[in-house]
Design a protein around this ligand. Structure first.
Ligand SMILES: C[S@@+](CC[C@H](N)C(=O)[O-])C[C@H]1O[C@@H](n2cnc3c(N)ncnc32)[C@H](O)[C@@H]1O
Length: 238
């Protein structure tokens, strides 16, 4: 196994299915999105960069709450879906392995980076770019698979970053990085962020109506996602 995810847009093949799954599904609508939206705080009249925006589900909610949304994704189909969902947003196809040269330094108030850091090979470089475009009083909100859940599913050396391939229940084949919690914290530190809050979210009460079993399990076990709010470290230059 080569320890690289590469820059093939994996979600392109199932972008429409992802939209169908994530719009109202338990893991996205009743678990990840409420946690990240809470960490983002009041977004009225602020500019939010939705990095790896997918089909625009977050962008839609952000716009509904009064934010100006700029978004990008590696998958052209995802960008098309985001444009359809949020016509007032500004979306483009962009891979996080490249610098965001189309965005000025210190030009956005918040960056949202939900459920995508796992697919990036050079995460420190990508996070540095996100820090560069953030205003000094801005914040990054990032969510990722919970490393404990990853380790329970895949075993091996928890502390050793590695790329794995998995086939999810809908038949989606994905390749992504397994990394420890320490590694994520270290990458944020090296990119010039200070962690302000870390949530191990629990699903909302509404999730129980979708699956009582998953709702109860995620209230007991750290096997789903986690979410972090980090701010630019004023001691490091951007
Ligand atoms: C699990 S989806 C999350 C989508 C969205 N953030 C959400 O939570 O609804 C992961 C997204 O990351 C995008 N992605 C993966 N690697 C990327 C990269 N290197 N640059 C930009 N987007 C990427 C995929 O195309 C996909 O849309």
């Amino acid at each position: 196994m080569v320890d690289e995810v590469g820059n093939q847009p994996q979600y392109e093949a199932f972008a429409d299915e992802f939209l169908d799954h994530a719009r109202d599904g338990l893991f996205n609508a009743h678990y990840d999105r409420p946690a990240c939206m809470a960490l983002l705080g009041d977004v009225a009249d602020v500019t939010v960069l939705d990095a790896a925006c997918g089909p625009g589900l977050y962008a839609h909610e952000l716009s509904r709450r009064g934010a100006r949304v700029i978004g990008f994704d590696q998958s052209p189909r995802m960008v098309e879906l985001a444009r359809q969902r949020v016509p007032e947003g500004d979306f483009r196809v962009h891979d996080l392995c490249h610098s965001l040269e189309w965005l000025e330094d210190r030009s956005v108030d918040r960056v949202l980076f939900a459920l995508a850091v796992e697919y990036v090979d050079d995460r420190i470089a990508a996070l540095r770019e996100l820090r560069r475009v953030l205003r000094p009083d801005g914040a990054l909100v990032l969510s990722r698979l919970h490393p404990t859940g990853d380790w329970i599913r895949h075993g091996g050396n928890y502390f050793e970053p590695r790329v794995i391939e998995e086939t999810w229940s809908r038949g989606w084949r994905v390749r992504y990085w397994l990394t420890s919690l320490e590694q994520t914290c270290e990458e944020l530190h090296q990119a010039g962020f200070l962690i302000e809050r870390l949530l191990e979210p629990r699903p909302t009460a509404a999730a129980a109506a979708i699956s009582r079993e998953q709702h109860d399990r995620l209230h007991r076990e750290p096997t789903g996602f986690l979410a972090i709010r980090a701010v630019p470290d004023p001691r490091t230059g951007a």
